[in-house]
Design a protein around this ligand. Structure first.
Ligand code: HC1
Ligand code: SF4
Length: 554
């Protein structure tokens, strides 16, 4: 045997082996096409290329026809190798269409195509697809991830290969991508877009499931844009009507569980005040933020509220409380969430969210996808009536509506915490200090002798700045974080818009929904009182913990 290096480590290999055989012998995967172990080596397709360093010279060569030599340094893992191999394959095999028609016989080739498509078609993420066949090289996704989110995970490729790559060359799922989808709202070509859930929803309808929809706070101030209405138009009633026509049997309002979140999270916060921490307590409804916290700030995981997001509170309520009341078998229900968010597609896959081995939310449609579904069903938006949400879990307050904009969870929580703690009625329910589009907002609110210090951040670049401040010693009791600029109104699943003031207009609509609400405080929602009385007992009860709370992974 002789010694060679493979990907930086030294190995013993037979002196007469090919580089391909030597690498495979030690567990390294190299894709091949013209190569077959029972046929004579051809070395013609170049799919199996590796980088070989010998006598101070580096070359990219087919590994099947190159022989090992003492001291040779082989690399199978460089960006260049992957690109060259993918290029070689794409010259020989047309991607997608042709392959889709083949059967199990072509498993080897399908596997190869997947590999070649790493970089060209990256399907590793639960939320985001990168399809470089559609890319027009504007670089807006790269700048969104860099300038708005401060993460710089995408890069423009000036060499060979896909026009946009991840900055490490790894598939998105193996980077620090938080699935926020900001890149998707800036892509004019659909080259970076959400993972499609429309097909699975249509299939569930065909399968005669009872398909149920819940709609997030901020989707109602954006869905109308899909049908050519001005930025920020409010389309709540039409959205419910369209969903019914599209085949959803029931439409519930995620705002109901936003109110419930305030009850659970407020109780948790008061518990922490009584027990001395840990502070700050961070909100946990934004799945992009949860991904960021787990990946970049694991030391703050104990500070995250244990509350599930309103979306993930609503689905188990539909499958337990609602199913029981209506006599529906929960196994017949298929719960779809309409969200302004791409990270919600990732959130439903979190192992901590499975109950009895099953998902609580089966599919997440972005605002854009529900718009598309309505169009595909041939529904005429302009002619729709305004329909109300379905009872009993459709009732909500102005406080819940606020969740859709940055600072809204904080404002809703302050309204309830203040009144429950002091027993007094707030002189004014609006907390101006946490309103508006500033990236980081701070305030000190006196509640029953305690000066409650709060901070609010939205847009991941701003979140990173606030986290830096906290790490350096800034002290807060409660911090609201939303990964997208402006909060959910600027979510990665919202309609694509060229309006410079889009966030401001959607935000104003959110505030106007709150202002026009008869009930503006979560603890005054009569349905909330009822669900505690008839089902959960009280906030933080055993059943609440089972259905409404979660854990995190570091
Ligand atoms: Fe949001 Fe939330 S407000 S996270 O910003 O807590 O997505 O709209 O649905 O779950 O309620 C998003 C919006 C949404 C949750 C709620
Ligand atoms: Fe960056 Fe968000 Fe796109 Fe991931 S989803 S690449 S974090 S902008």
């Amino acid at each position: 045997t002789i010694k060679i290096q493979i990907n930086g480590t030294e190995y013993d290999v037979p002196a007469d082996a090919s580089v391909l055989e030597a690498c495979r012998m030690h567990g390294f995967t190299i894709p091949t096409l013209c190569y077959h172990p029972r046929l004579r080596v051809a070395g013609s397709c170049r799919v199996c290329v590796v980088s070989i360093e010998q006598d101070g010279e580096i070359q990219i060569k087919p590994s099947c026809s190159a022989k090992v030599a003492p001291g040779m340094k082989v690399r199978t893992d460089t960006h260049d190798v992957k690109v060259k191999s993918a290029e070689a394959l794409r010259k020989l095999v047309e991607p997608e269409a042709k392959i889709a028609k083949r059967d199990g016989q072509t498993a080897e080739l399908e596997d190869l195509i997947d590999r070649a498509n790493d970089g060209w078609r990256d399907t590793s993420s639960f939320s985001i697809v990168r399809d470089m066949d559609l890319c027009v090289k504007c670089g807006r996704c790269v700048r969104a991830c860099d300038q708005l989110q401060g993460l710089s995970l995408l890069a423009t490729n000036t060499g060979e290969g896909a026009p946009i790559v991840t900055s490490t060359g790894a598939p998105l799922a193996e980077t620090d991508c938080i699935s926020c989808g900001q890149c998707t709202t800036f892509c004019p070509a659909g080259a970076i877009r959400e993972v499609d859930h429309i097909e699975r929803v249509l299939k569930a309808m065909d399968d005669k499931k009872i398909v149920v929809l819940q709609t997030a706070p901020s989707t109602r101030v954006a869905i109308s844009e899909c049908f050519g209405e001005p930025s920020g138009s409010i389309g709540t009633g039409k959205m419910v009507a369209a969903a019914k026509l599209a085949g959803f049997s029931y439409v519930f309002d995620t705002n109901f569980t936003a109110d419930l979140t305030i009850m659970e999270e407020g109780t948790e916060l008061l518990g922490r005040v009584a027990n001395g921490g840990p502070f700050p307590m961070f909100t946990s409804c934004c799945p992009g933020w949860i991904n960021l916290c787990e990946k970049r700030f694991p030391e703050y995981i104990p500070n995250l509220s244990s509350c599930r997001s309103p979306m993930q509170m609503m689905s188990p309520i539909i499958k337990t409380y609602f199913a029981k009341r209506t006599g529906i078998n929960p196994d017949d229900l298929y719960v779809v969430a309409m969200m302004p968010c791409t990270a919600k597609k990732d959130e439903i896959e979190r192992p901590q969210m499975f109950r009895d081995g099953k998902k609580d939310t089966e599919a997440v449609l972005t605002t854009r996808e529900l718009g598309e579904l309505i169009k595909r069903k041939g529904i005429n938006w302009d002619d729709l009536p305004d329909l109300p949400y379905d009872d009993p879990i459709g009732a909500s307050t102005g406080a819940a509506a606020l969740f859709g904009a940055t600072g809204g969870v904080m404002e809703a929580a302050l309204r309830t915490a203040y009144e429950l703690k002091t027993g007094k009625t707030l002189p004014s329910v609006e907390f101006q200090q946490v309103r508006g589009l500033a990236g980081v907002k701070e305030a000190e609110i006196p509640v029953d002798g305690l000066n409650v210090r709060v901070a609010v951040a939205s847009g991941t670049a701003n979140v990173l700045a606030l986290m830096d401040k906290i790490k350096k010693g800034a002290e807060y009791h409660f911090v609201e974080i939303m990964a997208c600029p402006g909060g959910c109104i600027g979510g990665g699943g919202q309609p694509i818009s060229l309006d410079k003031d889009i966030l401001k207009k959607r935000m104003e609509s959110i505030y106007s929904i709150d202002e026009r609400s008869v009930i503006r405080k979560s603890h005054e929602n009569p349905m909330i009182t009822e669900i505690y009385k008839n089902f959960f007992g009280k906030p933080g009860s055993h059943l609440s913990h089972e259905l409404l709370h979660t854990t995190y992974s570091d």
